[in-house]
Structures are given as structure tokens and as C-alpha cells.
Ligand binder design. Structure first.
Ligand code: ZN
Ligand code: FE
Length: 259
């Protein structure tokens, strides 16, 4: 039986997600950006929130936990490595663990870098990846806590998933990400096509998510740090170590001013 996914805006630029296991009626909020908004989204669908799956400790992903716990009694699952930083976690998980929502299984993938204990939730049967702030469309999260090597390794794990996986990330940053991506990889055809699509979607007020992972593999410069063209764009030798190219890309993005 399928998994239904409700996408809605929360806070200023977060995505809220509700995932609903049709077989059992179990429903999880992916992260808790805003408890009230999430409750209203569930009510619109007529779904009862049974679980909250947390990806990392940042306020814009956890601040809705107390309200959701109080009003729904949902079970709160999140990264073991950030247990001391997230109030209210009840089930602690780490890479390779499987989290069940009724009949749907999510595999936990460790994606350190944005925060040290950041995790992603992957549903292999339905090919849905909830990547939060580890992988955005055409970008990645800012490297607040980790080091480039482990962050790149985490992204390689995501890149190894099937092309027809749908990516659901934490923020609507795609338009600004496209500007940076085009500045470092201007002749990439897949990127130019995706950037044009993103512009059209945003101009008509639509979300740019979900996006196929196959498109991201071809267009997202941070998933292409092992490509000579990006090493060259960063002023490095074509055979430079991918994590060095990745680190240079991340730094360049930090300094980039989107117009
Ligand atoms: Zn974050
Ligand atoms: Fe965030």
C-alpha cells in the first residue's frame, strides 16, 4: 500500500511534510517546523499524527515538538547523536536503523555536516528521501558543525540511491541555489533545464519540491564534486580530491551573493 505525502509551507521558508501510511492510517510529521501549521495540515487531510521524525537539532526543525506531543501524543523519533540537544526525543536512531510507520519502512542515513548528527529518512519501497538540510535542490545545507570529508561521504550515500527517488528537502532555497550552481557550472545542460523549470515554478508561486534524485545527480554541483569540470571551476587540478573540491564549493557558496 502506498505512502501519501502532504507538502505545505511552514515558517518563512521551511517545508512541512506529513507522510501517511495508507494501510494503517499512521501519519508522521517530518520535522516540526511549526506545530500549529502541522496540526492544521493534518486536520485538512483528516489524518491523525502518530509520529514525528526529526532530522536535526535546529530550532526551525524542532520547535513544534512540544505542541505536537501535547495535542497528539505522537511518538518523537530523532538522531541519537543529537539527543542532548533536542528536547522530547523518545526513540533514538542512527545510520542503518529502520524506522517503521505502519507498513512503511524508513532507513536512516547519516548525513553529517550541516549539523554533526543530521540524519535523512529514506523509504526504499516508495523511493522517497527526506533530506532536510543535508541536501537541497541544487544545493546543500551550510556546513555549521561538520567537516567537508564526512559531509561529502554522506552525500555520496544519498547519491547512491536510485535516480527515480523523490527528494523532499527542508527549505525552498532552490532559486538562489540555481544562481550559484550556474555560476560554477554554466555549460551543464541538465542544470540549465532545471534552473529554467525552477524559475517558472517560482514565478507561478509553486514549490520546486519534490525533485527527482536523477536530476540532482546531474545538476547539483555539490553532488558533482568529483567531476573535473567543477575542480577546474574552483581553480583546482582536474584530479583534486573530491572533498577538497566540495570544501571549495561550500566556501564559494557561503561567499556568493545571489541577486
Ligand atoms: Zn538546519
Ligand atoms: Fe533548516
Amino acid at each position: 500500500m502506498p505512502l501519501l505525502i502532504d507538502i505545505f509551507p511552514a515558517r518563512s521558508d521551511n517545508f512541512g511534510y506529513l507522510v501517511h501510511d495508507v494501510a494503517t492510517g499512521k501519519t508522521a510529521a517530518i520535522d516540526a517546523p511549526d506545530g500549529k501549521t502541522i496540526r492544521e495540515a493534518a486536520a485538512r487531510r483528516g489524518w491523525t499524527i502518530s509520529d514525528v521524525f526529526i532530522t536535526h537539532h535546529h530550532t526551525d526543525h524542532v520547535e513544534g515538538i512540544p505542541l505536537l506531543k501535547r495535542e497528539t501524543g505522537a511518538t518523537i523519533t530523532g538522531p541519537r547523536a543529537e539527543a542532548s540537544k533536542i528536547l522530547g526525543l523518545e526513540v533514538l536512531v542512527a545510520g542503518g536503523d529502520v524506522v517503521k510507520l505502519g507498513e512503511t519502512e524508513f532507513i536512516i542515513i547519516e548525513t553529517p555536516g550541516h549539523t554533526l548528527g543530521h540524519i535523512a529518512y529514506y523509504d526504499p519501497a516508495g523511493r522517497h528521501l527526506f533530506s532536510a538540510d543535508a541536501l537541497f535542490s541544487l544545493g546543500v545545507g551550510r556546513m555549521f558543525e561538520g567537516k567537508p570529508g564526512p559531509m561529502w561521504e554522506g552525500l555520496l550515500q544519498l547519491r547512491a540511491l536510485p535516480d527515480d527517488t523523490l527528494v523532499y528537502c527542508g527549505h525552498e532555497y532552490t532559486l538562489a541555489n540555481a544562481q550559484f550552481a550556474l555560476s560554477v557550472d554554466p555549460r551543464n545542460a541538465a542544470l540549465n533545464i532545471r534552473a529554467a523549470e525552477v524559475k517558472r515554478l517560482r514565478e507561478s508561486g509553486q514549490a520546486t519540491i519534490p525533485v527527482g534524485l536523477g536530476i540532482e545527480k546531474a545538476a547539483n554541483p555539490f553532488l558533482r564534486a568529483d567531476q573535473p569540470v567543477l575542480a577546474k571551476a574552483m581553480g583546482l587540478a582536474p584530479d583534486a580530491a573530491p572533498e577538497l573540491v566540495f570544501a571549495a564549493l561550500r566556501k564559494a557558496k557561503d561567499d556568493f551573493k545571489a541577486t
